[in-house]
Design a protein around this ligand. Sequence first.
Ligand SMILES: Cc1cc2nc3c(=O)[nH]c(=O)nc-3n(C[C@H](O)[C@H](O)[C@H](O)COP(=O)(O)OP(=O)(O)OC[C@H]3O[C@@H](n4cnc5c(N)ncnc54)[C@H](O)[C@@H]3O)c2cc1C
Length: 492
Amino acid sequence: MVTRRTFLARLGSGVAIVGFSSATGMWVSTAEADAATPFDRLPRLDGSLHFDVDTRMADSVDLGRVAKQLPLAVLKPGSVADIQKMVRFCGQHGIKVAMRGQGHSTQGQGLTSGLLIESRSLATIHSVGPQGADVDCGVLWREIVRAGLPQGLTVPLTTTYVGLSVGGTLSMGGFGARNDTGVQVDTVSKLQVVTGTGELVECSATQHRDLFEAALAGLGQCGLIVRATVRTVRAHQHARIYQFFYRDNTQFFADLRLLVDRGELDGVYNLFTLTNGTIPYQLNAMTFYDDGAQPDDAHLLRGISQPLSKATVVNCTYQEWAERYDPIIQRWRDTDDWDNLIKPWQDVIMPDSTVERYVGEVMPTMTPEDFGATGVGFVFRIRRSDLTRPFFRVPAPDGSDWVYLFDILTSSAKPGPDPAFARRMLDRNRRLFDRARELGGVRYPIGSLEFDRQDWQRHYGPMWPELVRRKRRYDPHNILTPGPGIFCPREM
Ligand SMILES: Cc1cc2nc3c(=O)[nH]c(=O)nc-3n(C[C@H](O)[C@H](O)[C@H](O)COP(=O)(O)OP(=O)(O)OC[C@H]3O[C@@H](n4cnc5c(N)ncnc54)[C@H](O)[C@@H]3O)c2cc1C
């Protein structure tokens, strides 16, 4: 008699697996293949399927270290066809499937007890040119930036940290420092998607539009993005960043609004960091420029509440600007064991009419514990009218063209499990989210928030019936991306 436990232990000892039995709900090894129990053989693959405990354990957690879910197997695909075959196989056996980019979401969004597909083994940049960057889902944004620069090209919007996967951020939305470009999903012109039935579909605004829309910021519910074409724009040679510090919420928002409304800078956002026990606002205003065309600092910053002499000014190349947070993350990895810190992140998108009040209420309640060893916070301001993807949810219209992402990216003070800290922070996040929702805010779903089906229904609002329709059409077995808990109870 093989129990699930002894069976899983044997998987760790390198037993060759040849198939799966729906009757037992377990993999079938070579030795068992001749037994009477019927099973289905695994398809032939270009890449590899891993059943060993070490590989599965490595993919059982994400960056948040809040959720844990051991996958039944890990696929390192050698081709898109591998993904199609395994999704079909899983559909036949009711096995859940999730794609993992860099695993940098923070509450199990990309975890599963079924088949975990690592997108990183599909990381080819097929082309970069004026017509766009055509890339596999496992490519990192940093790699696209580096591939485009020799031609003087870049993507319209990069995330703050560019070590994130294309498939991962396109499934979420993808905020960046720019105020006039929407989010990353608005910069995509074409996708290749594997649906929940294993079909490979090329889609765009004019071809299979319903799948294109459902995949972009679609939290992996209707399909797995395997390839994307992202628009490219001219890359300037240099960037200049002006940093000002604020203690006053009203003054900070007045200056942020003034600078962004004028539209002369290339990006303005806020960074909060814990500094000597306090958490000041750090306004970052940025302009790109080329050789021989120095920015006019005084003109760009005219009218704000602080003199130019108060600014910290940083000049760097475009690449240094795009990668500006990478060395910090690397240092945290090297010195703070960053990957093993608990990161219960809180992220909401607020309407213009209440953002100032909300941030002004929340920030004074923040303590050193809310930021921890490496915690930071952000405020990004973007235009509603640049947002084109229906499943990227923003607050209901309030008469203003602006919405704001407000992040509190908490980390624990030290690495290792601390269930009491995680619980406190999940409760805090729910409290902060409930207040945000009262004020018209919605969730940006990268963070750590306990959300039930009713919450998701409210999140999607008028788009909920449409999401349900597309889910039934493209993932009829309901196997894709269980982590967020939208169409099945969360497993963890
Ligand atoms: C240091 C840091 C900085 C960040 N900065 C920003 C920022 O500036 N702007 C911003 O918007 N976000 C930012 N994020 C959040 C980030 O967008 C999300 O954490 C995102 O999930 C990270 O991408 P990933 O490759 O790690 O995706 P994962 O966490 O691996 O995946 C995210 C979700 O998408 C699904 N998924 C992954 N790949 C695919 C695919 N190919 N097809 C379908 N579904 C897929 C997963 O199953 C999961 O549900 C940041 C995160 C970190 C850690």
